[in-house]
Design a protein. Structure first.
Length: 244
């Protein structure tokens, strides 16, 4: 049975484990179309889940930014029309270091971008402090980041793994001075997925998205177990979400 058939039959975790075990063979003619189909299905489900979460947050008057000036401030953005051109620029900028994982490429092609952070500039009383809502910057902002004349120099000066900055950390989202941005690893060879760095779960990008949807749009919810508003929100949202 093909990976995509198994995935649709509910083997969402084991399929990704098997794909990972393929290593570079995942990019061969024998496997690539099947692997790409799985990630595409994953991102289609991500689109669906984000829409559900977004509308349920609106229903509880969650304080999204309502006077956005920039695309990265908008809660949900559809994929940009010039994605192919932007990907070419991104790949060229990253080439001296390595490769952009396929998972991020398909996220931008299918999902777009999102920012579920509370707008603390208009209301300092953050509903669920420390909850770390999902935030992935738009593709054009990422390209602007990597095409800065000093970006490559800055990357090479770092002691840690090279990565693409995609999200503020949970403290910055709450208007508190925090740590480095979350980002996906730039891999030394072609990869299906990459580690999502500086985030508490220390896992891959797709596993990070899985955690997000298991927690109804948020990554750090252990301290919210007894918070009535969050429990009610999850009881409403969780049954509607698709497993990835």
């Amino acid at each position: 049975m093909h990976f995509i058939e198994r995935y649709k039959n509910g083997e969402t975790v084991t399929v990704y484990s098997d794909i990972t075990n393929l290593g570079q063979a995942a990019f061969t003619e024998k496997h690539y179309m099947d692997v790409e189909a799985v990630i595409t299905e994953t991102m289609d489900r991500a689109v669906y889940n984000l829409e559900i979460i977004y509308h349920e947050l609106l229903n509880i008057d969650y304080n999204f930014n309502k006077e956005t000036q920039y695309s990265f401030e908008i809660p949900l953005n559809k994929p940009v029309g010039n994605a192919s051109k932007l990907f070419a620029q991104l790949e060229k900028a990253v080439q001296p270091i390595g490769f952009v994982p396929l998972s991020l490429q398909l996220f931008y092609r299918k999902v777009g971008s999102c920012n579920f952070a509370w707008d603390y500039t208009t209301n300092e009383n953050i509903l669920w402090e420390g909850s770390d809502p999902i935030q992935i910057i738009p593709l054009d902002d990422l390209v602007e980041q990597v095409t800065d004349e000093y970006w490559l120099e800055d990357i090479n000066d770092r002691d840690d793994k090279p990565y693409l900055e995609l999200s503020a950390d949970y403290l910055h989202k709450d208007n508190i001075s925090g740590g480095p941005a979350y980002g996906i690893e730039i891999t030394s060879h072609r990869s299906i997925d990459g580690y999502f760095l500086n985030e508490v779960h220390q896992t891959t990008f797709i596993d990070y998205l899985r955690t997000i949807f298991e927690n109804c749009g948020f990554a750090r919810t252990q301290h919210l177990g007894n918070v009535t508003s969050f429990k009610h929100f999850c009881n409403t949202v969780e049954p509607k979400l698709l497993r990835i």
